[in-house]
Design a protein around this ligand. Structure first.
Ligand SMILES: Cc1ncc(COP(=O)(O)O)c(C=O)c1O
Length: 386
């Protein structure tokens, strides 16, 4: 035990000396845009609460009503004890929203990706995966024991090459639609064509796009008319709640319900969380959702223009994630700390979350930021990076 403890301490020291030791910042308050830290107000550009729904009273009301009607915890895995009205209603609403016949709810987006890919793909299969795909997709590919071929980020020609490679029972093409750390969009039409030509199953993770981008917030697949075989979404980002889901045809849902281990062997999502996610979806589909998306896009344009002027980004991204790439880990950490002293909270993202030498400030916008917040933040950033 002593040897193990000193190993742990060594690991932590190595992380610290490489500027890679992470701590979760201690913040308070209901708002993800205006939290406070030990009572001091901050303006945050860090969360994925893109539409300000995490603190919307409609979600809290829906959660309280569901807790009263259905209890808080689901009590067991849904197949065992807990398939409750809140789960079923949310799945029906998500299927309608994504325009697919069926949806299956998971406790988180991470578990959705793990469950979907390990249920569908095995050692005789080939998975072709974007180089910048999220950790949950990487872990899912590894756990599936499939052959995995990584293609260059957003390069549909390279994906096509990788799909043509070795013989396989089934081929899968897996991509995010809006990338979580780079903020750029996948070439979904070209990828869908590459998948169709190789008779490959297309899995698209719309974690950062659903609710935010595309017609009525229905995501980037809907924007270009692509219907993936499996569409993955999360309810913890623009939806302001928690959970994840896979949408597709009825056979897919029935198969995942039987075979996705992160569905079968885990307690069902708490009904109040599912009810809050459904309340969020109602707002996302309403005129208030359109209004929030318009504010978010205006905020993105305002900050994007300032950051371009400063020369710290190239193109203004398609969505609310703006990476300011600084390169060295300590540059990103020092910049984030300096912004914090000026009243702004932005996370420094370092390897292994992003590739070596691309440490960055990951700036995310919300519809709840005001033009004056963005102006003040851009001025502070210019000062810090000078
Ligand atoms: C692309 C992508 N997929 C899946 C997830 C996991 O979703 P969740 O936070 O709901 O587990 C994330 C982020 O957390 C993500 O960025």
């Amino acid at each position: 035990v002593r040897r193990f403890r000193s190993w742990l301490e060594d690991q932590l020291e190595t992380l610290a000396s490489n500027h890679r030791l992470r701590v979760a910042p201690e913040l308070e308050g209901p708002s993800r845009v205006r939290p406070s830290s030990s009572g001091a107000p901050l303006i945050s550009f860090s969360s994925n609460d893109y539409l300000g729904l995490a603190s919307d009273p409609a979600l809290a009301r829906a959660a309280a009503a569901a807790a009263a009607a259905e209890g808080f915890g689901a009590g067991a895995a849904r197949l065992v004890a807990g398939d409750l009205p809140a789960h079923r209603a949310l799945e029906a609403a998500l299927a309608a929203f994504t325009g697919r016949p069926a949806a299956l709810l998971f406790p988180t987006g991470y578990q959705t990706n793990l469950g979907v890919i390990t249920a569908l793909a095995g050692p005789d299969d080939l998975i072709v995966s974007d180089a910048a795909n999220h950790a949950s997709l990487i872990d899912a590919c590894r756990l599936s024991r499939s052959k995995v071929a990584i293609y260059r980020h957003t390069d549909a020609t390279d994906a096509r090459r990788a799909l043509a490679a070795p013989p396989a029972r089934h081929r899968f093409l897996v991509t995010e639609s809006l990338f979580s750390m780079d903020g750029d969009a996948a070439p979904l039409l070209d990828l869908a064509n590459a998948a169709a030509d190789a008779d490959a199953i297309l899995i698209v993770d719309e974690a950062h796009a659903l609710g935010v981008l595309g017609p009525g917030g229905r995501g980037l697949c809907a924007a270009v008319g692509v219907t993936p075989d499996v569409l993955v979404g999360t309810l913890g980002k623009a939806f302001g709640a928690a959970g994840g889901f896979a949408a597709g045809d009825a056979a897919l849902r029935a198969y995942l319900l039987n075979r996705a281990r992160t569905f079968v062997f885990t307690t069902g999502p708490p009904p109040p969380v599912a009810a809050a996610a459904r309340a969020a979806l109602e707002i996302i589909r309403s005129p208030s959702g359109d209004e929030r998306r318009r504010s978010l896009a205006a905020n993105r344009d305002q900050l994007g223009a300032r950051l371009r002027q400063l020369g710290v980004i190239g193109d203004v991204p398609a969505g609310p994630i703006i990476p300011v790439i600084l390169g060295a880990d300590d540059d990103a950490v020092v910049a984030a700390a300096a912004l914090r002293t000026l009243g702004f909270f932005v996370p420094a993202i370092r390897p292994p979350t992003v590739p070596e030498g691309t440490a960055r400030l990951r700036v995310t916008l919300s519809s709840e930021h005001r033009p004056a917040d963005i102006d003040a933040f851009a001025t502070a950033l210019a000062r810090v990076l000078r």
